[in-house]
Design a protein around this ligand. Structure first.
Ligand SMILES: C[S@@+](CC[C@H](N)C(=O)[O-])C[C@H]1O[C@@H](n2cnc3c(N)ncnc32)[C@H](O)[C@@H]1O
Length: 321
């Protein structure tokens, strides 16, 4: 990124954050980048470039909250761009820098092979890839990821100038096996909690069988493969990062000193998944019950797997000439 600035030295620097959401993190990344570049331009004895920042998310995102919460410093040159990052969002060759954090593991749709024709309910009793999923499930998820990520790269390749830069982080995995525990246990345990409720006649089995989460956690090799096949970007850095499964505060203990990490992580998952799950299973008490059970499963999992970490994959790349 600093190379980009030092080489191009633009008077106006256009950058976009894709999948910004509406929480406190919505402007964190662009803030950090601006600070970074400001430091560099001081070292080079240049005047500050004019920053044009675009915040993108799906049209349902609460952009009002993002813009109401902006520090005054930003107000003049930030714009919201609603739309899916799997299609075009910006004019041709208009961006110097694109970042996206913790968003690109969301697919554009549930993989087609999981719910079409004779493949109805291929992934019975599970929500995502699991050790018990038939090979067709693993294949369908991978194919959907390859289609989506390559559509993402194709759109960005038209929007980013030659020499421009893109930095992406997404939830992924280290293992070559897409059913490995490191990226599947969260969904397996949520499916277990749902199946317990099926056995107690609280929800219908068919409802669980028919739900698949539109998400894929790729390995670095899978990312690299799509980037190379699409061909518009050269990778300059690729790594996996282990992130703690902890919570807003670093102390997961309750008042009696019991480790409540499982229930804290269940709360975080609830924020992300409840809109999808309540649409499918109903809202209110049923969700309270589900996420309590899920928290208990997670408590037990973290007791057995104290070192469990969330895997994030980071890739930075440059638009080829
Ligand atoms: C976990 S949040 C990430 C928020 C922020 N970037 C961060 O790092 O904390 C994921 C965001 O990606 C957005 N998202 C998912 N699919 C998208 C798509 N196809 N196009 C644009 N945004 C998308 C979601 O709406 C959500 O706000």
């Amino acid at each position: 990124m600093l190379n980009l600035y030092s080489t191009i030295l633009p008077e106006r620097l256009n950058m976009a954050d894709l999948g910004c959401s509406s929480g406190p993190n919505a402007v964190r990344q662009i803030h950090e980048i601006m600070d970074f570049i400001d430091e560099k331009r001081r070292q080079l004895g240049r005047t500050s470039p004019e920053f044009h920042c675009f915040l993108n998310d799906l049209p349902g995102n609460d952009f009002n909250t993002v813009f109401k919460g902006l520090p005054v410093f930003y107000e003049k040159f930030i714009a919201g761009v609603p739309g899916s990052f799997y299609g075009r969002l910006f004019p041709r060759s208009s961006l110097h820098l694109v970042v996206s954090s913790t968003s690109l593991h969301w697919l554009s749709q549930v993989p087609v092979g999981l719910h079409s024709g004779t493949n109805a309910h291929l992934n019975k009793g599970r929500l995502y890839i699991s050790k018990t999923s038939p090979p067709g499930v693993l294949r369908s998820y991978l194919e959907q990821f390859q289609l989506d990520f390559s559509a993402f790269l194709m759109s960005r390749s038209q929007e980013i100038i030659i020499g421009g830069c893109m930095v992406l982080t997404l939830i992924g995995r280290k293992s070559a096996d897409s059913s490995s525990d490191e990226c599947c246990f969260q969904w397996d345990l949520l499916a277990n909690a749902l199946m317990d409720m099926v056995h107690e006649d609280l929800i219908e089995e068919e409802k669980v069988d028919s739900l698949n989460i539109p998400l894929y956690c790729p390995s670095p090799e899978e990312l690299m493969h799509v980037i190379e096949m699409e061909g518009s970007f050269a990778i300059d850095h690729l790594e996996t990062i282990e992130v703690e499964y902890n919570t807003s505060d670093d102390n997961d203990d309750d008042n009696d000193g019991n480790d409540m990490r499982g229930h804290q992580v269940a709360k975080t998952f609830r924020v992300v998944t409840e809109p999808m799950l309540s649409e499918h299973f109903g809202s209110g008490e049923i969700m309270d019950d589900l996420f309590y059970r899920y928290g208990e499963y997670l408590q037990e999992y973290f007791t057995r797997n104290k070192g469990a970490k969330l895997i994030s994959v980071l890739v930075s790349m440059v638009r080829k000439g």
